[in-house]
Design a binder for this molecule. Sequence first.
Ligand code: SF4
Length: 289
Amino acid sequence: MESNLSDTCMVCPHLCDVDRTTSLGKCRATKQIKIASYQLHRGEEPVLSGTQGSGTIFFSHCNLKCVYCQNYDISEWGNGHYYSNEQVAEIMMLLQNNGAHNINLVSPTHYSLQIKEAIKLAKAKGLNIPIVWNSNAYENVEILQELDGLVDIYLTDFKYWNDNNAAKYSSAPDYAYHAKKAILEMYRQVGDLQIDNDTNLARKGLMIRLLILPENINGIESILNWISEDIGNMTYLSIMSQYFPTHRADEFPEINRVITHEEYSFALHVMEGLGFENVFTQKTSNLSD
Ligand code: SF4
């Protein structure tokens, strides 16, 4: 995979083949990094947020087009400001100096190569907290390989097993094919999640997030079976219940509601049956009966 930033963009599986200095691909991102916000974030899993917060950087735009995106003002509208790679490195240092336990790169995929340079610049300045790659898994293995040794923790979604659902709700019909390859590469690089006994903070490894969608649109049994068989049931999972209909969800009646207690419990039941024990649950109060 060609990684020269002067070439046309083939960074993610969409393979748009456009020059992002003059045209826009499916993610609508130019070549320069755009950031919506950066802050110490206390709402992540406890092993990431700790006591002082995760140093979160929210990148503008996204390479998936999820009709229910809960951050559509950032992902679809592209709200944010442009920064040079050097300025992004400075943001990382600022977050570290403010006490962040890690640098949490949210929706980084479409800026993978620029962020790689920013991480290198920050490390040269003394950045020494873990780098968290917080992505949707619709990524090319060859690009992830460029991050080998720079990223400490892969925090990735696995959204859908079924191609029709991936096409309908995220405009990525080959999502599962690429997500499986991407997650295996992530695991090859960092292995199972390691948590420091003294601080209870994640140091290195893989965690997979599963945002439970209505009507089991995820295909949760197939996803969990695959994780169990191809990676192992020691994998850390984060089962998320906070789905709510927003953005274009009202165009799809089957997802135009919060999930039920039964749908959330079903995911937990499948997970328990497969022997997963390393699980973070984020059961919110908005589940319906
Ligand atoms: S990163 Fe953006 S422009 Fe590049 S291939 Fe993916 S969607 Fe297309």
